[in-house]
Design a protein around this ligand. Sequence first.
Ligand SMILES: *Cc1c(COP(=O)(O)O)cnc(C)c1O
Length: 568
Amino acid sequence: MRIAIGSDHRGIRIKESLRSYLERKGFPVFDFGAYNDNESVDYPDFASQVAEKISNGDFDLGILICGTGIGMSIVANKFYNVRAALINDEETAKFAKLHNNANILVLGGNNLSQESARKYVDIWLNTSFEGGRHQKRLDKIIEIESKNKSRYNVVDILEGYDKQLAHLVSLELKREQDSIVLIASENIASKAVLAAQGSVFTNKYAEGYPGKRYYGGCEFCDDIENIAIERAKKLFNADHANVQPISGSAANLSAYFAVLNPGDTILTMKLAHGGHLTHGATVSIVSKIFNVVHYGVRKEDGLIDYEEVERLAIENKPKLIVAGASSYSRIIDFDRFKNIADKVGAYFMVDMAHIAGLVAAGVHPSPVPFADIVTSTTHKTLRGPRGGFILCKEYLKDKVDKAVFPGIQGGPLVHTIVAKAVSFREAMTEEFKDYQRQVVTNSKVMAEVFMEEPFRVISGGTDNHLFLLDLTGVGITGKTAEKTLEEIGVVVNKNAIPFDDKPPTLTSGIRIGTPTITTRGMKEKESLKIAEIIKDLLLDPYNMNKKRNYREEVIDLCKKFPIYKDLF
Ligand SMILES: *Cc1c(COP(=O)(O)O)cnc(C)c1O
């Protein structure tokens, strides 16, 4: 039970007395001031420090004292999840806890004796919250707070301009909150990332690069982009970074044009085996520009067939070999790829769109030492804004920059670059490393549940944030599975499995990924529970009773792990 205590100059006498009293009783107490009763100070400065610590969970309980207690109460109660009670006798001390579960006790110090103050604090500490009908009332307070909180968010601002759109944004917020999202390419960006994208850089044209722009007024764009570049380089230990690609696809196109000419041959992973559209699938413009040769995975074990890669490389003499995938659950051997590329004199590119966050955290080996060019998105495991970036060796720097601008793109999205810079810094923290480790742990826990008949996990398991589930033995298509799970609020995507005999509109499988549930704070226990719900429902996909019960369980779980803590 950590207690935060604070007062203004008028409350110092009582504060000092309570602090030593509580410390003698063995409570860890932290004193946020004021310390000098000869000097007049402003109570909001102290109330806000204590209330913030209670609001963000750093401390369990708080005590505030000013002359009457009124100013302190007013300030403290402006903080989310703070219930500050101004009490003046034994009865209010008791009921502040019993009925209102007050987490901050406020005292008026002017005419209060030290003995009474201690007695009130004792009563408050020793009384337990009654719960029951009073919990319902506290829930209503949280509801009011959440509503008011959202006054400062996009929904509320939009409401003043376009009610219809504001409503749709609020529905999406609710959908994300009330769903277990297992789409492997999605994540939940921080509020800082969201806020950065709504900045005034939306208004700014900045064609060119820092120091070499085609527009005036770019001095702050330059600083922002330089910071983003430096952070990307540091995070991935790269020679050079280009942070302008508007998406992973734009990054890939730019990378191709940095080193290839139309008609050149590229060797990439087949879409049907886990590659991406931009790796030259027939429906992609890439297939119309380049001569595309595909490698895939082995039928027996679902692993990349490195021997096939080598054979195809020798046969076709590609100018570029691409490693990287959208639905491959195993570690990719970049060293092996690099050797093959060297053997045939090809450039080696890695598209780490899916695994960038894992790579940043050292949970997946980095492609940077091996690849000439590395492309990525920022919005998947990396948990930044929707966008892309490119890393490359020093010698390709000018070619890559020219390919992005003016080769493929016009003005960069500077507001998104601000958000990229935010996410690069977030990715440097120890917290982020723990997060990525947990992402993989959760993925392994879930995959384990499906390791027995009639289910089959492609490649027999996972080393990363996702796995592919083959539903052939269950007798339902990926499409049916996706729809069934959506009915209980579990969102996955149907996904072709290697050697799938069903068309991509049906598919034999689903892809399951753990980035978003892990961002919400879910761990092994919750992952296991979710996997078991999925398993049970897919074996009995038309059972309405089960669906009703599971929908409730999903909502409960979502409530326990809000997507943005102070919005729900
Ligand atoms: C998601 C993805 C991309 C494309 O990203 P977009 O931002 O959607 O264009 C490229 N490559 C791979 C491997 C991906 O998974």
